[in-house]
Structures are given as C-alpha cells and as structure tokens.
Design a protein around this ligand. Sequence first.
Ligand code: ATP
Length: 191
Amino acid sequence: MSKVGIFGGTFDPIHHGHLITAQSVREIRNLDRIIFIPSFISPHKADVNSASPEHRMNMLKLAVEEIEFFEVSDYEIKKEGISYTIDTLKEFKKKYDELQFIIGYDNIFKFHTWKNPDEIMKITKILVLKRKSSLPPPHEDKYVKSALFVETRGIEISATDIREKVKQGMPIHYLVPEKVKEYIYSFNLYK
Ligand code: ATP
C-alpha cells in the first residue's frame, strides 16, 4: 500500500525550511514519498506578487531532483485558476491508497475557512508541522482536534524573508539549495 504525503504551497521559492521539515515528516510518519504541489494561484495569497508558476516549478524540480523520495507535480499549475486543496486531493486519491496532507502550523487554525474542509478531512489525514517553538493553539475546533501534530525540527526560514533579502541585495546562502540560489540570480527574480 502506498502512503504518500502531499505538500502544497506557493514555494516562492522552495527553501530549506520546507525541505528539512518534509524530510523529517517522511521519517516520523513512515511515508513512501512526498509530492510537492506548487499552487497556480493560492486561495490564501492571491494578492501577493510572486515569481511565475513556471519559475516556482523549475526551482522545486532543481531542489528535489536528486532525492528519490521527493517528487514534484505540476497538477495545479497545469490546471490554472485558483488551486483548491479539495480538488487536488480528489485527483490524487484516484492514484494512491493513502494520502496524508502536510500543512504548516498556522494553517490548521484557518482550516475552517478552506473550501470543503469536512470533505478534505474524509479523504486524508492532516499532518501539521509543529515546531517545538510553536505557540499553544489559539483555538480548538473539530479540525484542530482531528489533525495530527508532527513535531518536526524547527527551521526558521520563510520565503517572504528570502524574497526581501534578494530585493535588498543581501546574501541567501544556506537558506535555499545552491541550484535554487543560482536560478534566482540567473533569472533576476524578486528584484
Ligand atoms: P511565504 O513566506 O511566501 O508565506 P512560506 O515560506 O511560508 O512562504 P509556503 O510556500 O507558503 O512558504 O509554504 C508551504 C507550506 O510550508 C505552508 O504550509 C507553510 O506553513 C509551510 N512552511 C513554510 N516554511 C516553513 C518552515 N520553515 N518550517 C515548517 N513549515 C514551513
């Protein structure tokens, strides 16, 4: 039976925070692999000026190309429009026996605002990346109660911070894989 982790996000750009925590979740939850699915337009970030879907996809591919248990899917990017998790999960459910959907700590507390949250919960187990430093839950609804909090390593890196650093001409060594750094510079992203 294949046990697959689905990790969605804007990945603008993919960074070591994503990669290290994903690796940690895979080990803790004994997943066969993790599929990174960059959104075309995130329902939560539709107002942010991001790198093109093609650039985000290319950076993800560079970041995971040598890791056998990491994969990238262009499903949401090919589909275009706003990327709703429920639609993506229904599609992947056709192919895999067991899906576990990986989300960041803050996202579980906004989960009730997502499209069809009950249906998402039926299709998949929600894994929440809980850093050791995470604040106590601000509130507990049925979604928070049925999610599984996975204590991963806390890697305090954010894509917003990386974009800001590039804009200001500051170095981004060690925050992203070397090939992603080169890609950002060669296409002059986030300037
Ligand atoms: P931004 O700064 O642009 O909001 P981000 O770094 O949070 O971006 P996303 O692409 O939104 O990156 O992240 C995808 C998922 O990974 C989200 O669920 C987010 O909470 C989670 N995530 C992002 N950075 C980290 C990190 N350093 N450790 C653990 N989870 C993370």
